[in-house]
Design a protein around this ligand. Sequence first.
Ligand SMILES: NC(=O)c1ccc[n+]([C@@H]2O[C@H](COP(=O)([O-])OP(=O)(O)OC[C@H]3O[C@@H](n4cnc5c(N)ncnc54)[C@H](OP(=O)(O)O)[C@@H]3O)[C@@H](O)[C@H]2O)c1
Length: 335
Amino acid sequence: MGRSGLKVSRVCLGTMNFGPSDHVTGCDEAEATRIVHAFLDRGHTFIDTADVYTGGRSEEIVGRAVKGRRDDVVLATKAFMPHGTGPNQRGLSRLHLTRALEASLRRLGTDHVDLYQCHGWDDTTPFEETVTTLDGFVRSGKVRYLGLSNFTAAQIVEAQWAAQRAGATPFVSLQPQYSLVARGIEAEILPVCARHGLGAAVWSPLGGGVLTGRYGREAAPAAESRIGRLLGSSLPAARSVADGLLNDRTLDIAAEVVKAAAELGVTPTAVALAWVRDRPGVTSVIIGPRTLDQLHGNLEGFALTLPARQADRLEEISRMEKGAPDNGTTNTRAA
Ligand SMILES: NC(=O)c1ccc[n+]([C@@H]2O[C@H](COP(=O)([O-])OP(=O)(O)OC[C@H]3O[C@@H](n4cnc5c(N)ncnc54)[C@H](OP(=O)(O)O)[C@@H]3O)[C@@H](O)[C@H]2O)c1
């Protein structure tokens, strides 16, 4: 991973779906455990969670599922997102990060995290405070490697330089969004990662499910699908997340993925995953299966190599215009 000795599998198991949740479709612990075991049984090692996923239940489920196999796993989690309404229950301060790490270790049932990631940029905390705190975690043995998520190119440089100035442990990874419908990281973020020694483990490779070809213009999204659930939610933000995932542009790209899949005799899921896996600068692709069947469908995608004819057409239809600095969370055309 990046400029480090850490080895991770090319496919990473994302666990945001583990445990029921109010606005995103989830899977119960029994199915989540089957997913983890099937993933490890196939020889993959890298598992990603976060303290906020399903209110901490994702970490608890992952912790129980890897019991007895802990040393087979590169276990990644994250901190930064709010854990309450208090000003010290979020962000990258020494106070919050120290409490967040202890809580994650408790939920995961382990004495160390292999990759500890800042889940977003905190402009209320001097980054020197963050890097020295994180360095203390590494020195104490509670964390092995450090990563970032959803940082802009400038923030990545600032973070890495702050660590260097303080003589602290450097960051070895970035976790940004990347797929055929969200290519904003190509302009600045991936080149900066390469220059500053960070590998990239990329999230939402199927655009939240749109690139599986299961959504269309004619029929409304199925109520139990992620987008159907978002559209049915009473949370105002959920609607705009759904609009970002499902719109004319993402449906046009999905249609091209479906066409390429039909030509090759494979699933659209396989085409979308093969595309992102082979992009320059991608170290690992974080899949987000909700069922065991979806996991198998995702892993099959990793066996495919896209022929140039289909890859070129996908490249053309999904190209993004250069625009404003991106932190890898947007999936619309840069303005
Ligand atoms: N750092 C961050 O800020 C951040 C943000 C988001 C995610 N992540 C990480 O990245 C992981 C993956 O993200 P993601 O869940 O958005 O990935 P994704 O692969 O783009 O979307 C996963 C969704 O696609 C659908 N799907 C997956 N496989 C399928 C298949 N074989 N057939 C049909 N539908 C399928 C499912 O939708 P339904 O549920 O509707 O069936 C599933 O919930 C997360 O678990 C998390 O670890 C990180």
